[in-house]
Design a protein around this ligand. Structure first.
Ligand code: GAR
Length: 206
């Protein structure tokens, strides 16, 4: 605990890693929230499985340690890929992991190891539209309301208890891109809110 935290009688901020595969706009929203010293989590590591993930540059520019663990290097050996991730998380003494547009499925070995401390954001109102292409599928299904979910990760894909959901309306004439942009706006609000709840111990995995 640092001196400031002791003086304030606060708990130390939780050490958080964000796992990304691409643009990293949700990562950027979490980094922005954590700039406030009263925020209960500190983003200390950003890890990407893709060398071309734009979010790596954003994280470096924010002064955050980055690590590339390229899944291609491990071929089909998911266990070795995840052991490399685990080693990086341990080296940085990570306490909570946030998946933010991380597009690899994680095995039960990894998920169970991080149970209650592994969060994901999904661009749909789970349990509706698990998996990929959520906006296209929501439009095809003709739903009037769509949205995003932050949830604890469980071994089965896009399951695990919900921490926060936010809804957006589907507008006449929406395209997947316009709907995605509306959903992304609420993603950037609810992910920092959800991480706060978990870091403060106010919500736990069921
Ligand atoms: C976000 O919309 C996120 O919800 C989604 O990928 C996008 C990543 O954007 N995640 C998934 O589809 C996970 N299955 P970002 O890199 O700008 O945060």
């Amino acid at each position: 605990m640092n001196a400031q935290a002791i003086l304030a009688g606060n708990h130390p901020r939780k050490r958080v890693a964000i796992l990304i595969s691409g643009r990293g706009s949700n990562m950027a929203a979490l980094i922005e929230a954590a700039k406030d010293e009263s925020y209960p989590a500190d983003i200390v590591l950003v890890m990407s499985n893709r060398p071309d993930a734009a979010g790596l540059l954003t994280a470096s520019a924010a002064g955050i340690a980055t690590v590339l663990i390229d899944h291609m290097v491990f071929g089909r050996d998911r266990g070795a890929f995840e052991r490399a991730i685990q080693a990086a998380l341990e080296a940085h003494r990570i306490e909570i992991v946030c998946l933010a547009g991380f597009m690899r499925l994680l095995t039960p070995w990894f998920v169970n190891r991080w149970s209650g401390r592994l969060l994901n954001i999904h661009p749909a109102l789970l349990p509706a539209f698990k998996g990929l292409h959520t906006h296209e599928r929501a439009l095809a299904a003709g739903v009037k309301t769509h949205g995003a979910t932050v949830h604890f990760v469980a071994p089965e894909m896009d399951s695990g208890s919900t921490i926060i959901q936010a809804q957006v309306p589907v507008m006449p004439g929406d395209l997947p891109e316009t709907l995605a942009a509306r959903v992304l706006e609420v993603e950037h609000k609810i992910y920092p809110q959800a991480l706060r709840l978990v870091a403060e111990g106010r919500v736990g995995a069921a």
